[in-house]
Design a protein around this ligand. Structure first.
Ligand SMILES: [Zn+2]
Length: 281
């Protein structure tokens, strides 16, 4: 460890600067989105069984509503451009733009070179939770997804129903790819309904019992045509452990909703990022 300099306290006292002030992000017309949601009708429903995943398609300009239908349950969400799996949800950039957790009016951004909104959160029944005394909040973009490799690394266990494997199977089913073809498309998730943070003393990723209850929902507008996969995490409400069959688990439902004709007039599906990709050459 390097020697503590004499001005250590002064260096620590320098106030932080927000990396990406987000006032210049494209504005979200929430009144328009909410009015369109009000008159939207059900197109299809998809149920993620406990410790398993379901896939769903949402067209640009449709909504999808993730519901906790039976008991406290968190979900791991992956999103792809329905026509190009290389464009997928980019949790790291979403975190850099919006913070550790996302809620109403915030967006899920896609990977380079596209970097555009894939989905916008329109309604969040857990928005009241805010940030608790532990620094915990809901719907994080700081976790990865529970997976069998980390379980093998830390405890030597084999477990097949982690979100990573659940999403891999569901993506293979959705596309006709083999498991090995589908797996590299699986990416870091939006942890829907999960309550997480970083401990203040050691900076470690923590989870705690989710405040979600049956009836809670998270509703998003698809900004582009989407293929989604939602896994009902084997952690259940994540009050104790995941990556095992120990936790009580419940299903999660995804409903796709179509706004009334003309309800989104004035809205446009966002174009890919305008950077010319010449990278200085
Ligand atoms: Zn999980």
């Amino acid at each position: 460890m390097g020697q503590r300099p004499q001005d250590a306290d002064a260096r620590r006292a320098v106030p932080p600067v927000i990396c990406y002030p987000n006032e210049t992000l494209p504005a979200v017309d929430m009144p328009l989105y909410l009015a369109a949601l009000e008159g939207a009708t059900l197109v299809s429903s998809h149920l993620a069984a406990p410790r398993d995943a379901t896939h769903f398609h949402v067209k640009a300009g449709q909504f999808f509503r993730i519901s906790c239908v039976d008991g406290p349950q968190v979900g791991d969400l992956n999103l792809w451009n329905a026509h190009d799996l290389s464009e997928r949800f980019y949790s790291g950039k979403t975190r850099a733009l919006h913070g550790t957790h996302v809620s109403e009016g915030e967006r899920l951004w896609s990977s380079f070179p596209h970097l555009r909104p894939m989905a916008t959160i329109v309604q969040d029944s857990l928005a009241w939770y805010g940030m608790d005394a532990f620094g915990g909040s809901v719907h994080d973009v700081i976790g990865t997804r529970c997976d069998p490799y980390t379980g093998m690394l830390l405890s030597g266990d084999t477990y097949h129903y982690c979100c990573h494997s659940n999403i891999t199977r569901a993506l293979a089913d959705a596309t006709g790819m083999s498991l090995h073809e589908a797996e590299p498309h699986v990416h870091d998730v939006l942890n829907v309904f999960m309550c997480t943070g970083f401990t203040r003393d050691t900076g470690q990723y923590f989870m705690k019992a989710s405040p979600v209850r049956a009836g809670d929902t998270l509703v998003m507008l698809a900004e582009i045509d989407l293929l989604g996969v939602l896994s009902a995490c084997p952690g259940g409400d994540c009050s104790s452990e995941h990556s095992s069959d120990v936790a009580q688990c419940y299903p999660l439902q995804v409903d796709v909703l179509e706004p009334a004709a003309g309800a989104l007039d004035g809205w446009q599906s966002p174009a890919p990022n305008a950077y010319d990709r010449t990278h200085g050459r």
